[in-house]
Write a protein of this length. Structure first.
Length: 185
């Protein structure tokens, strides 16, 4: 069996020798580290949820800070997204079961208002028996929660009673939100 050697130049201009087995181990370690920890500068550990003031479907303004002291589930979604639609019955059920324990769900619609007006969203809300507040997103809330990265929908943020983001779920994974919620109750 041939032992391949990889030569690399260190910071002082000398060379360092790695055999192929060592190189593969280092590469696997780095790949695994990046896979599980990513290369984002953001810290997911108890980051304060950015405040916002958005209009609901009746054009009344709602601010996140109004819900301080409650556990808030921020669901970024659209009406045309199949996984978003799949998640609605679970969110309706969570709102019914945990409302009295200070759980508030805010559905933040990312639908384009020029294509999906408030009347359409009200009819959608009735059809799907949505029992939580639906807000209209704006560019600022999208930037605050997703930054410059590509936004995926649905994305749900769990905000604790102190206003800190304690969990984030991308896509619909049945039961995950409730497990996260139970840790806070």
């Amino acid at each position: 069996m041939t032992d391949y050697t990889l030569l690399m130049t260190d910071y002082e201009g000398g060379s360092m020798a790695f055999n192929s087995r060592s190189s593969i181990c280092v590469l696997l370690f780095l790949t695994t580290f990046l896979l599980f920890h990513g290369c984002s500068k953001e810290s997911n550990a108890w980051q304060t949820a950015p405040d916002f003031t958005l209009a609901d479907l009746s054009d009344q303004t709602v601010s996140l800070k109004d819900y301080r002291g409650n556990i808030v589930l921020l669901d970024f979604w659209t009406t045309w997204c199949p996984p978003c639609r799949e998640s609605i019955p679970e969110l309706v059920d969570l709102q019914n079961r945990y409302r009295d324990q200070g759980v508030v769900i805010l559905g933040i619609s990312m639908d384009d208002p020029s294509q999906f007006n408030n009347r359409y969203l009200m009819a959608f809300k009735e059809k799907f028996r949505i029992n939580y507040t639906i807000l209209r997103a704006n560019g600022q809330v999208a930037r605050d929660y997703f930054g410059a990265s590509n936004m995926a929908i649905p994305t749900l943020f769990v905000v604790n009673r102190k206003g800190k983001i304690v969990d984030k779920f991308v896509g619909f994974r049945p039961g995950d939100v409730e497990r996260s919620l139970k840790k806070l109750l």
